[in-house]
Design a protein around this ligand. Structure first.
Ligand code: ZN
Length: 270
């Protein structure tokens, strides 16, 4: 089963990077082989063939195959010879490909659903996304769909419940972290404490602000937008190292709660 998740995440990575939806069989096989070797569970074949998970995904309606005549064998019907002789092109169905390519929110929802369905551990999940080249710096900028704030908050909550997010060292990236993304979107590019615009943007146009937990996860804080804040470098320094940090933390808590609620109300919490 893990093999199907590997194939899907690989295809999402292709979509994110703007590569063609359909890949020739030889290309798919060459790119998937090392991934399937790396991501396998005990008892699975040491020489995985991408034909098996792709045949299973095709049967489940999650994979397009083109450029051949006749019937695709099932995953248990020795599909490797069939793929080797037919050389079908294949990839995600069009609607799915376009959705994960253009909407960051949808992409996160799909990836989180895969994490849950295939029971990927947090380590497996992050390593797989990394191997597929999916991170915060690829693909379109954060989505601005009307309801994405509420949707991303729900994703953050579901991750909390599943324990997907674990406490991390500061600045260690968490791939496609919905809580961090949603706070950045809420900031609209300005420090949420002093209101100053971010001093710069990243190469992809994302404001350079520090998104921080008001109360550290190690101290019992939650990984939730309501308890997180986007700060300019100055305010972030005061919050973490200044003598006023305790008073500031109280104020930040109020600001984050108020802005979170306003955002949910203005978006209509669906
Ligand atoms: Zn500031």
């Amino acid at each position: 089963m893990l093999k199907q998740a590997v194939v899907l995440v690989w295809a999402i990575g292709r979509a994110v990077h703007g590569r063609p939806r359909l890949a020739p069989w030889t290309e798919s096989r060459e790119e998937l082989h090392p991934l399937l070797k790396e991501f396998k569970r005990d008892g699975e074949s040491k020489r995985p063939n991408p034909a098996h998970p792709i045949a299973a995904l095709y049967q489940a309606g999650l994979w397009d195959l083109q450029g051949f005549d006749g019937v695709v064998p099932t995953a248990h019907g020795h599909p490797e010879d069939w793929f080797a002789s037919r050389h079908p092109t294949g990839g995600l169905p069009t609607a799915c490909h376009d959705l994960v390519r253009t909407s960051v929110t949808a992409r996160l929802e799909v990836l989180d659903a895969l994490q849950e369905k295939f029971e990927l551990s947090p380590e497996e999940y992050e390593a797989l996304l990394s191997a597929a080249g999916i991170d915060d710096e690829t693909g379109p900028r954060p989505a601005v769909d009307d309801d994405s704030y509420a949707r991303l908050c729900r994703l953050a909550e579901s991750r909390e419940q599943r324990g997907l997010r674990r406490p991390k060292l500061r600045n260690e990236p968490v791939r496609l972290d919905p809580a961090r993304r949603v706070v950045l979107e809420r900031s609209a590019g300005n420090c949420e404490f002093c209101g100053t615009p971010a001093p710069d943007v990243t190469d992809r146009g994302i404001p350079v602000l520090e998104v921080d937990h008001i109360e550290g996860l190690a101290e019992g804080g939650r990984d939730h937008p309501e308890q997180m804040i986007a700060l300019c470098p100055n305010c972030h320094a005061v919050k973490t190292r200044g003598t006023r940090r305790h008073t500031v933390a109280e104020q930040l808590r109020e600001i984050a709660t108020r802005r979170h609620r306003q955002k949910l109300e203005s978006n209509g919490d669906r």
